[in-house]
Design a protein around this ligand. Structure first.
Ligand code: TYM
Length: 328
């Protein structure tokens, strides 16, 4: 069976962007692959974190995975830092990654431009290599992610190919899976920017937001001065973003949504979107409450860790042998 690896960073609360761009696809793909879904806490500490908050979020995200429909009987859910081979492999791969390659990573470049490099950790700079280690450790064939992670999957492929050329077949070269619609959900207040955990509060819907807050955020989403609803992300980024969200949440195509609302005004459309979104998110919140503090969640994460550890240990031993590390 082919394998999937993907992860979410516990650096903030889960957003509608994470759900649409990544997690909703995990739930669709889980039937056809051997899936490892990870809470990547080592990635979160590339920027300063409060330790209590971080601990809480690790379990929040694991519980949300399940609440969103990831079936723990079919998949393996685990916490990255509980499997030490991730950092071990990351170091070995760092020694096979060029500084020039890391300099081209747009996520780091954007952060460095905004904040300057003096206050940024070197972990943030080498972060794509840790992500490569996550993926290559498990011979993942497919990596479902949002658009913003595409470049990181590409560097993973480059590193895998380079390593295989130098040491012989070691890693599966993974493909990314990026959805056609919803790969980049935009901020509701600044629809030319990605919706993000760390950005504008009003522009970002959290999966655990109260329904009244979700409604408020949708109703106050920035649109444009026209009155007609049609899809044109360049000219109408706000409305086009809302159309994409509606399409994903209702399993419709963009064209079907545009047809449905061609005679409606923006207010009517936003109200319909808020209704559908709340209808989708409420059951997730209910399941989250049931599972978040259950023993079942810890059991699932223990079993996930054991499965991941088994695969990862086999792989890291093979890699060490190929590189010539250790005595055996
Ligand atoms: P993270 O935690 O920032 O985001 C988790 C997933 O959500 C997607 N996403 C979005 N999709 C659409 N619209 C948005 N506004 C939006 N915001 C986030 C992301 O693309 C991602 O798929 N580096 C990764 C985590 C990671 C990982 C991995 C992923 C670490 N190791 C190995 C895959 C495989 C990250 O920071 O995602």
């Amino acid at each position: 069976m082919k394998r999937i690896f993907s992860g979410v960073k516990p650096s903030g609360d889960l957003t509608l962007g994470n759900y649409i761009g990544a997690i909703s696809n995990f739930t669709k793909l889980q039937h056809d692959y051997d899936c490892l879904f990870c809470v990547v806490d080592l990635h979160a500490i590339t920027v300063p974190q409060d330790r209590q908050e971080l601990k809480k979020r690790v379990k929040d995200i694991a519980a949300l995975y399940i609440a969103c429909g990831i079936d723990p009987n079919k998949t393996h859910i685990f916490v990255q830092s509980e499997v030490p081979s991730h950092t071990q492999l990351a170091w070995i791969l760092e020694c096979h990654t060029y500084i020039g390659e890391l300099n081209r990573m747009t996520q780091f470049k954007d952060k460095a431009q905004k904040l300057g490099t003096d206050g940024l950790s070197s972990g943030l700079y080498t972060y794509p290599v840790l992500m490569a280690a996550d993926i290559l450790l498990y011979d993942a064939d497919l990596v479902p992610v949002g658009e913003d992670q595409k470049q990181h999957v590409e560097i993973t492929r480059d590193i895998a190919i380079r390593f295989n050329n130098r040491y012989g077949e070691t890693f599966v070269v993974p493909e990314h899976f990026i959805p056609k619609v919803g790969a980049r959900i935009m901020d509701l207040q600044e629809p030319t920017k990605k919706m993000s955990k760390s950005e504008n509060d009003k522009g970002c819907i959290l999966l655990l937001d109260e329904p009244s807050i979700i409604r408020k955020k949708i109703m106050s989403a920035v649109t444009d001065s026209e009155t007609q609803i049609y899809y044109d992300p360049q000219k109408k980024p706000g409305i086009s973003n809302l159309i994409s969200i509606y399409a994903i949440i209702t399993n419709k195509t963009i064209d079907e949504v545009v047809e449905e609302f061609k005679d409606a005004n923006y207010g009517t459309f936003k109200k319909a979107l808020a209704d559908k979104l709340i209808e989708r998110i409420l059951p997730i919140q209910e399941r989250f409450k049931d599972i978040r503090n259950s023993k079942e969640l810890d059991d699932i994460l223990d079993a996930g860790r054991d499965y991941a550890m088994h695969l990862a240990t086999r792989k890291i031993n093979k890699v060490m042998k190929k590189v010539g590390l250790g005595r055996h």
